[in-house]
Design a protein. Structure first.
Length: 471
């Protein structure tokens, strides 16, 4: 689930930039903010008279094509400005890397830029003891399948037991942000670990790159959860049409937003799948969930209570506006949001001062974020509308220390919606588990990278045992 936008919303869109005798093309960096690492991608083009233009992406925050207003590259020195976000960067090239300083208002940090994404990842040298290594004692196939509705080809990896038939198969569905087939985050590959464990225990697994990611076609930036559901449906059809899997029961395994997409598919296409495994699935209305997420993440990050309260007030009213908006009205949602945030600045002028942004830049950033197609669909989504209709077996798991999908509210709601529908249904909250189902001290996002465990063996064992207990 994506981290919510605070008043320094732009911190989640921070940027950096690389050089290399020529800087044309794409560059990669990881920005550290409040203990989190935010992947960034920068795209540069050379214009006439050695002028440069650029755009930046923050894939995990679903921000793509943000204009870099000023790109200056002289004598191995790079300077950048993104006026809409109040950001600047200045760095110096040294071989294949650029070291520089990123600034936004009072916030300043060192930033390293690399030509190849792997250079950023390899630098950390984090220990990941659960990550499996080949050769594997099961069959592994690189596969492709077609989403006929959108005419895009998706690519993934199918693993299944050797010399066996009639085994169950699960399709893994990632959470928010553009994810590869391993759902890689902060050096962890939870879907790789999960697929390996389940397949070693007699369960087939299909995991695939999100659209527009890895080897999959499509445009991720303009897509919504509904579009991602159609990608999963294409995966289901592929599995059911595969000759050696035609007798297999097919289930969905969704994490976070994936735990929202799985019930949506099961409700939209009844009898498409046989069971659901949901990890940290939203059960309360998404707008309610996001407010709680903001509160918990802010508290864990040491944000003062007064700011948390003000953030909640402003975001709650913005969410209400989005939920109440009638798409048939003549005025656009962007116009309504523009009026709303203009009113916010009139009442709280200190917001732009604290962010070192002008009023137009603040309003532009807020309107862009809240009118994004994915965000609008997401904030208007009510999981109950789909969960309440399902009668197939469902296993829903939560982490006690999850600050992104709070267990108390969502587990309680989930129990009220599904426990009486099927005798196999279970809702379990694991003690000491965070959003990634790592054994955690605090649940704080800053711990994700520090914890060596990718996903708790207790969780994997429960998932395996539950799937294999199904008739």
């Amino acid at each position: 689930m994506k981290i919510c936008i605070r008043f320094f919303f732009v911190l989640f869109f921070l940027f950096s930039i690389p050089l290399h005798a020529q800087i044309e093309g794409s560059w990669y960096a990881d920005l550290s903010v409040q203990g989190m690492k935010i992947p960034l991608v920068f795209h540069f083009e050379n214009a006439p008279e050695n002028q440069w233009t650029g755009k930046m992406d923050s894939p995990n925050q679903r921000a793509f094509g943000i204009l870099i207003d000023e790109v200056t590259f002289r004598n191995d020195s790079l300077k950048l400005k993104v006026k809409s976000l109040g950001l600047s960067f200045s760095g110096l090239k040294n071989g294949q890397q650029i070291k520089g300083t990123f600034n936004q208002g009072a916030f300043s940090t060192e930033l390293k830029l690399n030509r190849e994404e792997k250079e950023v990842k390899e630098e950390s040298q984090l220990k990941r003891p659960q990550e499996p290594k080949a050769p594997f004692p099961y069959q592994e196939e690189e596969v492709q399948f077609l989403n006929e509705r959108d005419s895009i080809v998706l690519a993934g990896t199918l693993t299944y037991p050797k010399n066996k038939t009639n085994f169950p198969v699960v399709i893994l569905i990632s959470g928010s942000g553009a994810q590869d087939r391993n759902s890689e985050i902060l050096g962890h590959k939870p879907f790789l670990v999960t697929a390996d464990y389940l397949t070693r225990n007699g369960i087939g697994v299909l995991r695939f790159d999100d659209r527009g990611t890895g080897a999959s076609e499509g445009d991720f930036s303009s897509s919504t959860s509904l579009d991602f559901m159609e990608d999963v449906r294409a995966a289901v059809q592929f599995v059911k049409n595969k000759e050696n899997l035609k007798s297999s029961k097919v289930g969905l395994y969704g994490h976070s937003e994936g735990g929202m997409i799985a019930p949506l598919l099961a409700d939209t296409y009844p009898k498409a799948v046989d069971f659901l495994v949901l990890l940290a699935p939203p059960a309360v209305a998404i707008s309610e969930l996001m407010l709680k997420q903001q509160e918990l993440v802010s508290l864990a990050s040491g944000i003062e209570a007064e700011e948390i309260e003000l953030n909640a007030k402003i975001n709650k009213e913005a969410y209400a506006l989005i939920n109440a908006y009638d798409e048939n009205e003549t005025s656009s949602l962007k116009n309504e949001l523009r009026k709303y945030f203009n009113g916010v600045i009139e009442v709280y002028p200190e917001i732009t001062e604290n962010m070192s942004m002008g009023k137009p830049q603040y309003i532009k950033a807020m309107v862009s974020a809240y009118s994004n197609p994915w965000m609008v669909y997401f904030l208007r989504f009510k999981p109950e509308m789909h969960l309440k209709n399902l009668k197939l077996p469902i296993l829903a798991l939560y982490g006690e220390k999850d600050v992104q999908v709070s267990a108390p509210e969502n587990a309680k709601k989930m129990k009220s919606l599904i426990l009486k529908k099927n005798l196999k249904n279970e809702v379990i909250t694991f003690p000491k588990m965070n959003h990634l189902f790592q054994t955690s001290e605090t649940g704080n996002i800053a711990e994700y990278a520090e914890i060596e465990e990718t996903i708790s063996p207790k969780v994997l064992l429960k998932v395996k045992d539950w799937i294999k207990s199904l008739p």
